[in-house]
Design a protein around this ligand. Structure first.
Ligand SMILES: Cc1cc2nc3c(=O)[nH]c(=O)nc-3n(C[C@H](O)[C@H](O)[C@H](O)COP(=O)(O)O)c2cc1C
Length: 225
């Protein structure tokens, strides 16, 4: 016999806005979010970790497959651990840039001017290693998660938006492969590194590639039918 699932509901607390306010707010958000830029040159200046904690709480509100919340965020402030990560990432990136990356990929990266040196991994006050959990562990039992990548991607988007809203700069960094993060950060085998977010104030002399500021226009990225 099938078990009948019972579920409880509650009133939705939804605050309705006028169309005028909605247009104003959506435009305001667009004008705010378009100022986010990937930064690769950070200041050493520290800030209250509470800002990072709030951003993780915001990320944790993301929708997720069956509400299973298949993510874990490791905040790294310890300089010795940051150094370990920098050395491991640079090793992988050296192999990537010199041996592994296909020419096509290297050509696509050229306008960004990136290379295997990753000084920002030591200089920025915080790194956030984001892990995706293909399954969760309940004691020795594996509990399968659903739509893991989609869910973690949405949570990461909220994390980035909150940090930008808080006045911080970031880099979404993906040294390839990132498995060294499990070892250095002592994370279990059900967690797979998703992204390494570098967070801090930009160095006063930080430069950004003009190429990266060029975004596709509405007609290129959307269809309205
Ligand atoms: C999933 C993902 C991985 C990325 N990995 C790297 C990386 O390893 N190194 C890097 O310098 N930038 C990385 N970037 C940043 C992109 O180069 C950057 O987002 C793009 O050039 C657009 O620039 P913008 O972020 O300033 O809009 C990554 C971005 C994403 C979304």
């Amino acid at each position: 016999m099938h078990k009948i699932k019972t579920y409880l509901t509650e009133e939705l607390n939804f605050s309705k806005q006028t169309i005028k306010k909605m247009k104003f707010n959506s435009n305001k958000f667009y004008n705010f979010i378009k100022k986010r830029r990937s930064v690769r040159d950070f200041d050493k200046k520290n800030f209250d970790i509470k800002i990072i904690k709030n951003a993780i709480l915001a990320a944790g509100t993301a929708p997720s497959g069956a509400n299973l919340q298949p993510w874990h965020f490791v905040v790294i402030k310890d300089s010795k651990i940051k150094r370990k990560i920098k050395l491991a990432a640079e090793k992988e990136e050296y192999n990537f840039y010199n041996y592994k990356a296909p020419k096509e990929w290297l050509d696509a990266l050229k306008p960004l001017g990136t290379d295997s040196k990753k000084d920002f991994l030591e200089k920025a006050p915080y790194l956030i290693a984001i892990f995706e959990k293909k399954y969760s562990l309940s004691g020795k039992n594996k509990v399968k998660n659903y739509y893991v990548r989609e869910s973690v991607g949405i949570a990461t988007g909220i994390l980035i938006s909150c940090l930008h809203f808080s006045g911080l700069a970031m880099l979404t960094h993906t040294p390839s492969p990132m498995t060294f993060l499990n070892k250095i950060l002592k994370r279990p085998i059900n967690e797979k590194p998703f992204l390494l977010l570098v967070v801090g104030y930009p160095n006063k002399k930080a430069k950004i590639p003009i190429f990266a500021r060029q975004k596709k226009i509405l007609e290129e990225i959307s269809t309205i039918i």
